[in-house]
Write a protein that binds this ligand. Structure first.
Ligand SMILES: [Zn+2]
Length: 236
């Protein structure tokens, strides 16, 4: 891959693999089970229309659960990179937890939304939300009782893709950490990076479905290989 000292702007994509070591599980794949629920019963707009109580209760549980979890050394290393890297940096995460932020990272973009936000479908306002939604609380902005989890469900468009591609066009290096490489449009980012001719690196527990797109793949636990890579970046 390109010499590290030639790298100025970095786009990093993080996925479930980085939060797994903090004890946060997720759908392994579409059609998989998540705490005994099928994806299509709790994580689609159709499920919410059909049985809003089930969906709200499920996300209330998740929202409560992630607040008991802690960032791990991979999150901490990325926060260190964010603090010390003077070039461009965007940490695009597929994760809906707040562990990047709790570790101290600031340049974070949640392409799949956030557990700790509620989205008002009446006035389109997003509010910080740590409690339950099952009792249909009022939106702080418009007082409608139309709040839903601010999480991108299967079949919905990820957030801020324009911003992500703008950062990618400016980048010299694209790094994917702990993603399956299976879910579009995130999986398309590495292909976009290759078309732009920028360096690509994958850090993952095992070879992913998208591995062949990367110039370099390093395998291991995120809590081990992410701090190692960031040491190299900060001390070339
Ligand atoms: Zn509202």
């Amino acid at each position: 891959m390109a010499a590290m000292n030639a790298i100025r702007n970095i786009v990093i994509l993080t996925g479930a693999g980085i939060s797994a070591e903090s004890g946060i599980d997720t759908f392994r794949s579409e059609g998989g089970l998540w705490e005994q629920h099928r994806v299509e019963d709790v994580a689609t707009p159709e499920a919410f229309a059909r049985d809003p109580d089930l969906v709200l209760r499920f996300y209330d549980m998740r929202r409560e659960s992630i607040q008991t979890k802690l960032p791990n050394p991979a999150h901490e290393a990325l926060a260190r990179l964010d603090r010390q890297w003077t070039g461009g940096l965007l940490i695009v995460t597929q994760n809906v937890d707040d562990l990047h932020e709790r570790a101290g990272a600031r340049r974070v973009l949640h392409m799949h939304g956030e557990h700790l936000n509620a989205w008002c479908t009446a006035c389109d306002t997003r509010s910080r939300w740590t409690g339950p939604l099952i009792d249909r609380p009022e939106c702080p902005a418009c007082r409608s009782r139309a709040l839903r989890p601010d999480v991108v469900w299967f079949g919905e468009m990820p957030y801020r893709m324009d911003e992500i591609y703008r950062a990618l066009r400016e980048a010299d290096l694209f790094v994917s950490i702990g993603t399956s490489g299976a879910v579009y449009p995130a999986a398309g980012l590495v292909q976009g990076a290759r078309e732009l001719g920028i360096a690509t690196l994958e850090l993952n527990l095992e070879p992913s479905q998208g591995s062949h797109w990367f110039q370099e793949t390093r395998l291991g636990r995120a809590s081990a290989i992410v701090p190692e890579w960031i040491d190299e970046m900060l001390n070339p």
